[in-house]
Design a protein around this ligand. Structure first.
Ligand code: ADP
Length: 604
């Protein structure tokens, strides 16, 4: 039952009680009032009658005389009149005549008669067998010269009182019903008005409870309800601000955690996962519903089990490195931090780092190895010379030549390493100039023409005259071309052909160096640009290669924002391609002007 109905019922209850009390009081007091008025009327009538009897009654009574007086007097009034002798004999009655009068009961025992005989006024309400209604009797002694000669009794039917009272009762009931209806209407209206703020508050609280944070109440009431509404609004404001603040912080935290490269997990004391960020789900290849899964089940690695047990025992942070299962076998550093009942597990993929460390170690080993070969050789020849070969004029020249050859190889290796390390560390400052591929033709021919002839190779330069300008460091791009041509010469048997062509694509200028040489096995293609990678180490060394040429070419192109790749078929030949972005800062006319200027500078 809501407060509204309760209040209406309360009001109605109170009104009903008040009205019933009023009804009871009015009913009683009206009855009393009427009764007193009738008694007064009867008393006055009795006194008048007594005076009349004192005047007219003879000393000795006969029925005819006394009843005659009684009837005459009764005709003049509406009351029943009776005259009773002191012995109780009824001598006259307005309701009986003749024989009936004489046959009337002796009235001596009637209480009102007894009271009158005792000298007082007797009043009694009683049912009359004579008139067959309830009457109020009032009797007075009739005393003449100190002698009681009889009793004069007057009576009025109580029916009139009852009728009057029942009429009044109806009126009262009507008034009470009207009052009640009015009270109901009044209570409905007033409770509606007074409970409206409460209903509004209830509604607003309900809305707030289901998450409608903007629910407020309009403060119309004054006093305590107004204060309550104000407090509710203040509370709702605070809740809204705090929830916004909390959700902003949660969103921020979620965003941070979801964008983290490190995997972050929360586990309980049984190692069951209670939270995992997206990096962790990817790293550990979780099922969608990971919650309550044990971390040890997901990573069944004894090292992790030991780490978790150690951290739970000591309640101190610990870390370990494990290899995650799966095709990638990622090396992962795991740090476990106790958080009082929970444990924060962070997963850091160190595969790349470890790979780099291995590459560095390999590189150092490679460099040492590459250097050891010519150094051993130089050392050997020098020792032989010192041990007497110096005197041998035939041998000593050959040996010194070998020493020269090996030291040239050594210095080539050192200079390649220097170039590569400078390119890799990015300290090489590119001298970028607008240039066209065509302009490299003469330099290349000057460098390699004798070599082509000597190696019995046909060389073809198939570069269109008008290609878009590229911004390039001439020396470095020249080195790329030279490295690729050198390789083509080294790995193409006599009678073969080397072709250089170029073209333009949407955004790049592409250069192709094709040979008809030995080709590269498919499994070596992905590794061909790695430092020191060689398909055939012996052959490369024999050819004077350092295994760094393609790595240098790759880094030069990366510095230019370009790329390099290779297509090759074993036994048929290889085709190296490199691409550089076209320079778009100049319009076509500006490009032509630029080229003309470059031409002038080169061919003054
Ligand atoms: P290298 O000094 O040994 O030539 P590079 O880095 O220039 O070192 O080349 C790496 C390896 O790639 C070579 O050892 C060779 O095995 C292979 N290679 C490069 N160019 C060619 C080519 N045109 N034909 C066949 N193999 C090649």
């Amino acid at each position: 039952m809501n407060i509204h109905t309760k209040l209406i019922l309360n009001y109605m209850g109170i009104v009903l009680v008040i009205l019933l009390a009023m009804y009871g009081y009015l009913d009683y007091s009206l009855k009393q009032n009427l009764s007193e008025r009738i008694t007064e009327e009867l008393t006055a009538e009795a006194h008048l009658t007594r005076e009349f009897f004192l005047e007219v009654l003879p000393d000795s009574f006969t029925y005819d005389i006394v009843d005659g007086f009684v009837d005459r007097l009764g005709a003049a009034s509406k009351v029943r009149l009776t005259f009773i002798g002191c012995d109780g004999i009824v001598w006259g009655d307005t309701e009986r005549d003749g024989r009936h009068l004489r046959e009337m009961d002796n009235h001596l025992n009637r209480p009102e008669v007894q009271a009158a005989l005792a000298g007082g006024i007797g009043t009694v309400d009683r049912y009359s067998d004579t008139v067959m209604v309830t009457l109020r009797y009032l009797a007075l002694p009739v005393i003449r010269q100190d002698e009681m000669i009889g009793i004069c009794r007057v009576a009025l039917p109580m029916r009139e009182i009852d009728t009057a009272i029942s009429q009044l009762r109806w009126l009262l009931l009507l008034a009470i019903s009207a009052g009640l209806v009015f009270a109901i209407l009044f209570s409905i209206i007033t409770t509606n008005v007074t409970t409206k703020p409460i209903r509004d508050l209830t509604q607003a609280t309900k809305s707030l409870a289901v998450g409608e944070l903007n629910s407020r109440v309009s403060v119309v009431a004054s006093g305590e309800l107004g204060e309550l509404s104000n407090h509710f609004n203040q509370m709702a404001n605070r809740i809204e601000t705090q929830i916004h603040e909390i959700s902003r912080e949660r969103n921020l935290r979620d965003t941070l955690l979801s964008k983290m490269v490190e995997g972050v997990l929360l586990i309980d004391e049984h190692f069951a996962i209670t939270y995992a960020n997206s990096a962790a789900t990817i790293m550990l290849d979780f099922p969608v519903h990971y919650q309550a899964l044990s971390l040890i089940e997901i990573i069944p690695d004894p090292a992790l089990k030991n780490l978790l047990e150690q951290v739970t025992d000591t309640e101190k942070a610990g870390f370990s490195e494990i290899k995650l299962a799966g095709p990638s076998e990622r090396e992962t550093e795991i740090i476990v931090v106790p958080l009082g009942g929970e444990y924060l597990v962070s997963l850091h993929d160190v595969s790349q780092l470890r790979k780099l460390e291995r590459v560095r170690a390999d590189f150092v080993a490679n460099v040492a190895h590459e250097m050891r070969v010519p150094l051993t050789s130089i050392h050997g020849y020098a020792e032989t010379l010192l041990n007497g070969a110096l005197e041998d004029t035939d041998a000593n020249e050959r040996f010194v030549e070998k020493i020269l050859q090996q030291s040239a190889r050594l210095s080539q290796l050192v200079s390649d390493l220097l170039d590569l390390s400078q390119l890799e560390s990015g300290i090489v400052k590119l001298d970028l100039q607008p240039c066209k591929i065509q302009e490299f033709r003469d330099t290349i021919l000057a460098l390699f023409e004798p070599v082509f002839e000597e190696a019995d190779l046909t060389f073809e330069w198939d570069v269109p005259q008008y290609l878009p300008i590229v911004f390039a460091d001439r020396r470095l791009i020249g080195q790329v071309l030279a490295n690729l041509i050198e390789n083509a010469i080294k790995y193409t048997p006599a009678g073969g052909r080397i072709t250089i062509s170029a073209e333009t694509s949407d955004s790049e200028v592409l250069v192709h160096v094709r040979d008809t040489g030995i080709g590269i096995p498919a499994e070596s293609l992905p590794r061909i640009f790695e430092r020191f990678y060689r398909v055939d180490k012996g052959r490369s060394r024999e050819m004077g290669g350092t295994g760094l040429g393609l790595a240098i070419a790759k880094h030069i192109l990366l510095q230019h924002g370009g790329r390099i790749w290779v297509d090759s078929t074993l036994g048929q030949g290889s085709m190296f391609h490199f691409a550089m972005p076209q320079e778009r800062r100049f319009s076509a006319t500006e490009q032509i002007a630029q080229l003309a200027e470059t031409d002038k500078a080169q061919n003054p």
